[in-house]
Ligand binder design. Structure first.
Ligand code: PLP
Length: 454
């Protein structure tokens, strides 16, 4: 037990750090490490007590802490809307334009004409009306919140009809049946897993039915013996019975994306849906938000729901969304980063890949690499076009002695971290999501990773 006596004194450890280190942070880190050490000794684990190592370990932790945990990473997966990597990247231009609004005061909830309190929800609404043809709109924190708010407002203790094939789970924690239940609505499943006809909806409409909801399947598809009701037909049926029609489009877009045959938000408004909702940070390529479009009197109802206060969006979101929508309005699609990433031609991607290969070959340590440039099929991500892949270009890399998964792991430790993947025993860098200015950094990262592993 005298190992405990070998534990260095905290005061002694503190003396390793000059005044450039923040005392509060250092003290916190030392306490943590000392606790860990005591725990290990208690559990009879082998411990090596060396003050110099101890303090250099603390210095590393200090630097990591100061750097922050949320940071820039290089996305070499090729998946444009990667939910784990922050979904839609936002153009520098948009950030520049919102700087003034965000760093000062704004008319977020102030009516400049009347000189009195206004509402935050009208910002960006005019743009959405022009872009989609909707009567009115409202923005909440994300599309999950939109689904919840709509069901809570219109379907409490009433039935909402949804096809069995559309009771999806998205991203692990969002399940349509659970959200409906929690909102206070009664879910009435119609049809079967693989087949739902318009008559399945119709025969389930009762006195207590308030809505037909159509949900975009987003991350899966049914193949084989399958039938579903077309987007177009739902609003007509709902009108016939004087109930509401709502489409949760998931990844709503405002313009056509290459190789991605999704209906546009304006299409759905054109079909006559009473309400439509979509995410702001999927195909639309803006900040995380839930965009609800619909009939004016219904949007007014949503505004009266007390829950809205809990789902309300911040000015950062509204400012970024406004700037993104403005670009759609002016048809400057190339200035929207996700659009730009999706629209890169194979020629452009090949050029980028060739340049990256050259940079990697030029740097030291990489002579044991074998690099092939090949076409690859990549998903777009973000619950859009689940069955359609985008042709892209990737570097397929192998090393004479190092296993690809080791390289993949080491690249994640680089500053900035590089996120790649391994397939068929090859390290794959898909260049669609790699920005031109990061090409040299990737070469440096690969060289560094090899250096660490050899
Ligand atoms: C992605 C998705 C959601 C959730 O949207 P978030 O903006 O991530 O909350 C809801 N419904 C569908 C159909 C989706 O694809």
């Amino acid at each position: 037990m005298n190992l405990f006596r070998n534990i260095p004194k905290k005061d002694k450890l503190l003396s390793y750090f000059d005044l450039s280190y923040n005392r509060k942070i250092i003290s916190y880190l030392i306490d943590n490490e000392l606790d860990l050490l005591r725990e290990k000794i208690k559990n009879n684990e082998k411990v090596e007590i060396n003050e110099a190592n101890f303090s250099s370990n603390i210095k590393k932790q200090y630097n990591d802490l100061i750097e922050g945990t949320l940071k820039y990473v290089i996305n070499a997966t090729g998946i444009v809307l990667h939910t784990n990597l922050g979904r839609a990247p936002i153009s520098e231009n948009i950030i520049k334009n919102v700087l003034k609004v965000l760093s000062g005061y704004s008319n977020l909830e102030y009516n400049l004409d009347l000189g009195e309190r206004g509402e935050r929800y009208h910002h960006a609404v005019e743009y959405l009306k022009i872009l989609t043809g909707c009567e009115d709109a409202i923005i909440v924190n994300n599309n999950a919140a939109a689904v919840f708010l709509i069901n809570n407002t219109f379907n409490r203790n009433k039935e909402v009809l949804i096809s069995r094939s559309e009771l999806v789970e998205i991203g692990g924690s969002f399940r349509i049946p659970e959200v409906i239940k929690n909102s206070g609505a009664i879910l009435k499943e119609v049809g079967t897993t693989n087949k739902t006809k318009i008559s399945d909806y119709e025969s389930n409409i009762t006195e207590n039915t308030s809505m037909i909801m159509k949900v975009h399947k987003s991350n899966y598809a049914i193949i084989g013996f399958f039938e579903e009701v077309d987007y177009k037909d739902i609003p007509q049926l709902a009108k016939k019975y004087n109930i509401l029609s709502y489409c949760d489009l998931g990844s709503g877009s405002l313009n056509h994306i290459k190789n991605c045959n999704e209906p546009l938000l304006s299409d759905l408004i054109g079909y006559g849906y009473d309400l439509v909702s979509a995410s702001g940070d999927k195909l639309l390529g803006s900040a995380q938000s839930g965009i609800i479009l619909g009939k004016k009197h219904l949007i007014d109802e949503l505004k009266k729901n007390q829950l809205l206060r809990m789902l309300r969006v911040d000015k950062i979101t509204l400012a970024i969304l406004q700037e993104t929508l403005k670009l759609y309005l002016l048809e400057k699609f190339e200035e929207i980063k996700t659009n730009q990433l999706f629209s890169q031609s194979l020629e452009i991607l090949k050029k980028k890949a060739t340049k990256l290969k050259k940079l990697i070959t030029k740097i030291e340590n990489t002579n044991q690499l074998d690099i092939e440039i090949k076409e690859i099929e990549t998903y777009s991500g973000g619950g859009s076009c689940p069955m359609i892949t985008q042709p892209s270009i990737a570097l397929f890399i192998t090393h004479k002695s190092l296993k690809p998964h080791l390289l993949e792991k080491m690249l994640r430790k680089f500053k900035p971290p590089i996120i790649s993947r391994v397939q068929n025993d090859k390290l794959i860098l898909d260049v669609r999501t790699i920005f031109e200015e990061d090409l040299q950094t990737i070469a440096n990262g690969l060289s560094w990773a090899i250096n660490q592993l050899l």
